[in-house]
Design a protein around this ligand. Structure first.
Ligand code: ZN
Length: 301
């Protein structure tokens, strides 16, 4: 597969939220802000900065107001936040958010265990968020987790994911991010899923969110590129790990995604060296080794 000349891919950096929320050590607010600004300086234009959720649920995100208000606005850079309910949305709006995200799952058991409600109830919870965002002219992104498998229920039917995606799109979500939360999918399964979902939602409104738990993330991304997907989520240094398999990998590392995209001729607007430096910065603060293969190769070259 060769991209059209200067075809671009948008990378959504989820490290400061999806990544850090799974790190047990609480990161100081100033470090989070510096990470976000380094990522923006490296050319990332979509950065999920924090989550407006109760600190009781996710202590790492307790400083959401300070983080959102603290980041320096840059032209063309969108700082988004996860806002699972209206209260969170209103706080995010006051803090100056550019875009919000809501969250559901393709597996009933996962929804119950992860957000303490049924899939149907999750729709009821975020419907007011979507309505309020529409009024405030704030774009809404939706995450569907467990699209290629669930830690409790096993296989997930593509038709079930397609139906949830259809409803999210119909209710006004601008982009739907399909999450392989436990990283079990393979490229052909990914393609079957994308065929099912794209019957209801345009490919241009879908994003791939692949975890590398079973080492399949880049293969699934490549399969998605072949299907026409041009938006991918990733976490700098592969921050976050996998809460369902301690010690295993979670989000694909942004550095590895960008290396693949640039090598295959896609434009991202991202400077890989600066991105690697941003990754090194946060790994040093967390006292961890990077999960990015590319960062390891470059640092040891
Ligand atoms: Zn993730």
């Amino acid at each position: 597969m060769s991209p059209m000349p200067s075809e671009s891919v948008r990378v959504v950096e989820v490290g400061p939220r999806d990544g850090l929320q799974n790190e047990t050590r609480i990161v100081p607010t100033s470090t989070k802000i510096e990470l976000i600004e380094r990522l923006a300086d490296a050319g990332l234009q979509s950065i999920e900065a924090t989550a407006f959720v109760s600190p009781k649920w996710i202590p790492q995100m307790a400083d959401h107001n300070e983080v959102m208000r603290g980041v320096r606005p840059l032209p063309g850079v969108v700082y988004s936040a996860l806002t699972p309910n209206l209260q969170g949305f209103e706080a995010a709006l006051r803090a100056g958010v550019n875009e919000v995200a809501v969250f559901t799952a393709a597996s009933e058991t996962f929804a119950q265990k992860n957000i303490n409600c049924s899939i149907e109830q999750s729709f009821e919870r975020f419907r007011p968020v979507i309505d309020a965002a529409f009024t405030a002219k704030i774009p809404v992104r939706a995450y569907i987790s467990c699209v290629l498998g669930c830690p409790y229920e096993g296989a997930v039917a593509p038709g079930k994911v397609a139906e949830i995606a259809r409803r999210l799109f119909a209710s006004g979500c601008r982009e739907i991010s399909l999450g392989d939360t436990i990283g079990v999918g393979t490229p052909n399964q990914t393609k079957v899923l994308l065929r099912a979902v794209s019957e209801h939602v345009p490919l241009s409104c879908l994003a791939g969110h692949f975890h590398d738990t079973y080492g399949q993330a880049l293969a699934n991304i490549y399969g998605s590129l072949e299907m026409g997907i041009r938006v991918f989520d990733a976490s700098v240094s592969g921050l976050g790990g996998c809460p369902y398999a301690p010690g295993a990998l979670g989000n694909v590392a942004t550095e590895d995604l960008v290396y693949l995209l640039h090598g295959d001729g896609f434009d991202t607007g991202i400077d890989l060296q600066n991105l690697i430096a941003a990754g090194a910065f946060i790994c040093e603060h967390l006292g961890i080794q990077t999960h990015s293969r590319v960062a390891k190769a470059v640092q040891h070259a």
